[in-house]
Design a protein around this ligand. Sequence first.
Ligand SMILES: [Zn+2]
Ligand SMILES: [Zn+2]
Length: 154
Amino acid sequence: MDEIYEGGCFCGRIHYRMHGQPMFIHCCHCTDCQRQTGGAFAINALIEAERIEIIKDEPVAVTMPTDSGHPHDIYRCPQCQTALWSDYGRRGWMLFIRVSTLERRAEFFPDVRIFTRSKVPWVRLPEDAQIFDEYYSTKALCPLKALHGARQPG
Ligand SMILES: [Zn+2]
Ligand SMILES: [Zn+2]
């Protein structure tokens, strides 16, 4: 049985469950993530969409433009507007869960730090972190075969 992780938005209108562990976790320091979150970085857990079960209500998609031209849909609570996950490039089958919307958020650690070229200077990365100026080779790093050949998220 896969472990179940509870998640939701700030106001409680959206409640979801993540079934099992994510495939890979990004800590993204790109300027898009900084602007969109108002923070120094975003922590995104890559997981198959079928492993996310929406328990209560339905998030709404807000489309963001990207440099690559592929649409980036952010799914938000219609009431409090908390961002719950992203679908980069409208793949449909894979979501980027905002790790901090999980109740057990502290149990998840980033596998890679990406777009560190725009990292704010006061964030210090651990010595053993896998660090990438921009993106990384999914073929070399990502454990999931299905990700091979997937478009790079912006
Ligand atoms: Zn909400
Ligand atoms: Zn980013």
